[in-house]
Design a binder for this molecule. Sequence first.
Ligand SMILES: [Zn+2]
Length: 160
Amino acid sequence: MLVCPSCATGHEDGERFCERCGVPLVEADPVAPPESEHRERARKIRPQYSEGPLVKVVGARNQSEAELLQGILIEEGVPSLVRRSGGFDVPDFLAAGPRDILVPASGADAAREILQLPEPQPGIDMRPGEGTPAWVKALAVALIVVILALIAAGVYAAVF
Ligand SMILES: [Zn+2]
């Protein structure tokens, strides 16, 4: 068995060059096993997408659809976990039944972008300060200054 050192395509004995790359073929090394799928996946995971608690980003109709979505995500470096959706009492060995795709919180935004899902509903998870117009903040600061000035004036009037 001969393989291309560039694209790893196997070729029949007797051929000398890869028909895809034109690279001279080498003997396949039966000792070194090909990188397992698991290791291959682990290698692709980006650390910045693997932090935080698992959150559900999307549902799938069945196991194979879930695995397809998982494959898309891992290609972009987002690790994910497939979990059987709650409320569907289907025996575990069956591939049927809806699934939830969960990803680490730090990878959730990337996952939604990759899968082109709508952003989470605005207003529900709004961080404090976001969406507050600058003039509202300026007004609040001005009010605090006025109140402090009035208190100071009151203290001044009381003492003197
Ligand atoms: Zn090749």
